[in-house]
Design a protein around this ligand. Structure first.
Ligand SMILES: N[C@@H](CC(=O)c1ccccc1NC=O)C(=O)O
Length: 300
């Protein structure tokens, strides 16, 4: 139990119920989600239409396994690479809602990759995670081909969960590769799926394909990490938003503790004022708290 006081687990695992915005709307939770989708799609259009940013469309596999890489005329060959993985409970959203983070980072010299992945129920969560491991290896191949020396990965919500896999030895990252990873930023994620997979609201008709037997295999909080030393130059930030549920905040806090105890350079950070959605929306604003945090990682 991550929030022993709660009697409503559906609510604990529905981030939109915890926003303090849109309180004048009949259903603030619907409003916050609609706003998020509308605004993030606008951010995507602005990149090419208003900000002079270019994009390469690439593919790392079949179906929806697509990657967009953004840069502008000042981007150097040796630019650091920033990779963003979207959330949406493994069943919604795509790269058109993943581009808020791009503008401020491209303007500060990064090349930024956002990606799509096959969603549940087209694939089970176990299959999605295998495909995501394929993406991680693909992006390191891409980095090698393009002479990238430094990579930062960030994931939001379900995307943070997917990204945690990079630390698992089965994914097969070697020390040459892990040394390139400057930071791993896990924003508002879930790392233990045992409470969540039984909830019809989050996992309707079990579209994630989870059972009591395989839920441990998809829960980073329950894994054993054996390849810790290869990550000794990577900073890991496990971040939660103040207006996330107690369960979400506690999952992040405890995941950070677990990583620290295991020997990773991990820290927990609670971002005041933000909720699950504006923490991503505001990555589009050059001087927002979250943007400043993301770019300071490099100089910390
Ligand atoms: N239906 C969920 C939506 C949701 O969880 C979500 C939406 C956008 C981005 C991330 C999300 N959550 C985790 O991946 C809710 O209403 O909170």
């Amino acid at each position: 139990m991550y929030n022993p006081k709660s009697k409503d687990l559906d609510r604990e695992y529905f981030p939109s119920y915890h926003t303090t915005r849109f309180q004048d709307q009949p259903e603030p939770n619907m409003a916050v989600q609609e706003h998020f989708i509308g605004l993030t799609k606008q951010h995507e259009r602005d990149l090419t239409e208003k900000q002079g940013i270019s994009v390469d469309h690439l593919r790392y596999g079949g179906g929806r396994r697509l990657v967009d890489v953004f840069y502008n005329e000042s981007t150097t060959n040796q630019a650091p690479l920033f990779v963003f993985v979207h959330g949406g409970y493994w069943q919604m959203l795509d790269k058109s809602t993943s581009c808020s983070i791009v503008g401020p980072l491209v303007r500060r010299g990064y090349r930024v990759a956002v990606m799509d992945y096959n969603l549940c129920p087209d694939v089970t969560l176990e299959t999605l995670m295998k495909e995501f491991a394929g993406f991680i290896n693909w992006i390191f191949d891409y980095a090698e081909l393009t002479n990238v020396l430094e990579i930062t990965f960030a994931g939001h919500s379900a995307g943070a969960h997917l990204l945690a896999q990079i630390l698992q030895s089965q994914v097969g990252i070697n020390p040459q590769r892990s040394k390139k990873v400057w930071a791993l930023v896990l924003l508002c994620g879930v790392y233990d799926l045992r409470e969540l997979y039984n909830l019809e609201s989050v996992n309707p008709k079990n579209i994630l394909g989870l059972t009591e037997r395989n839920v441990q295999a998809v829960s980073p909080m329950l894994w054993e990490y054996t390849d810790v030393v290869i990550w000794n130059s990577t900073k890991i930030y496990v971040v939660a938003a103040e207006h996330d549920s107690t369960t979400f905040i506690e999952q992040s806090r405890r995941f950070a503790e677990l990583l620290k105890k295991t020997g990773f350079r991990a820290s927990f950070k609670l971002f005041p004022k933000y909720d699950h959605f504006d923490i991503i929306e505001e990555t589009a604003i050059d001087e927002s708290e979250v943007s400043r945090f993301l770019r300071n990682i490099r100089i910390e």
